[in-house]
Design a binder for this molecule. Sequence first.
Ligand SMILES: Cc1ncc(COP(=O)(O)O)c(C=O)c1O
Length: 418
Amino acid sequence: MATKGLIQFDDWQDLYAERVGVMRTSAVRDLFAAASRSDIISLSGGMPDIRVLPLDEVSQVVSQAVLKEGIAGLQYGDTTGRLQTKRTIAQLMQDFDIALAPEEIVITTGAQQALDLLGKTFINPGDAIITEGPTYLGALQAFSAYQPTVHTVAFDEQGMRTDLLEAKLRELGPRGAKFIYTIPNFQNPGGVTMSLERRQRLLELAHEYEILIIEDDPYGRLRFDGEPVSCLRALDPNVIYLGTVSKIFAPGLRLGWIIAPAPIRQKFNMVKQGTDLCGSALCQVIVEHYFAETDWRATLAAANARYRERRDAMLAALAEFFPPEATWTHPEGGLFVWVTLPEYLDTPQMLSVALDAGVTFVPGDGCYPAGSGLGRNAMRIAFCYEEPELLREAIRRLSLVIEDRLALVRAFIAAGVL
Ligand SMILES: Cc1ncc(COP(=O)(O)O)c(C=O)c1O
């Protein structure tokens, strides 16, 4: 085995599966290490602010869950999840006008596992899939293992551009893509929400072209302005819906769910058996008791009040400090703002300078399929975790980094080089 200092050369390069070659690590995960430095203000991670959780109540829930459920929470369980957990989720979904029998739900290890299992269930190498562009980089990572061709459709403040989607579907033809993956509420990374008209049009198009829709909805309950818009699944029972407790309780539980038509659920169940036999029974028991025994709605309302204050602080700071060449989205909820800079600026390059200035963000290219060349002039900034005054300071620092780059470009233009 060849080693040099701390670097170990990879003697196993020719052994890896092809899919590993097309995968890439998450820019956000890589940034977590840097973001934990005390001098850095992080706008990169989409971490919910679980500091609002009543820890004494949560610890009671955990111990009660073990005492009341006995060894059931420590045993293997059903691959699709505990019946009582599914009942809990079915009850949560009633808030969205979705009436479900518990059997219609499959419990997963976070929505992230559902994304991977969907990729495993549906995608052959080379298959076309459609996502918003930009989209959740964790979804791109999960799907990329199955080697699809990813087509992206841009969004505006009304969500996915259904006119562009229609053009794409016409190009690909009926059943020309395996599915359309969308995050209709407070999109990650865009922060935008799809209007009801667009949702209806999306469903019409999916029907016309016989293409499945996957609705990923981790942020639906994180609304601080405006009125909720009907879920796609509430409008059409053939939509595959993904939910999670990560943003309404805690991501550490790693508990998500998938709602899908029966034949798809059967395949999904089979695929999941090979992946994990079953999810953590203990986490499921905790989730059942948390939603039954605590005032979780009040806890979530407290978190949303914080997010709203931080969203306001971020938007105000952007208006105060960012150059007129920049544009950004105005989310009514969720955790993220998407900033677009002039085409000639390069956010991946800017990141190391921003780190030196003590601020992190997610460069936009990570939110597009690898090699597409898109998003290099954009960035995702999260307002969920830092206090308002720190957000303002982060935006100020970032604006200096951008201004520095702009000054350089202006000088080149003045010298006739550009
Ligand atoms: C759009 C989207 N889907 C899925 C996930 C993964 O959620 P979970 O923590 O349930 O795995 C995230 C996490 O940030 C997300 O933003």
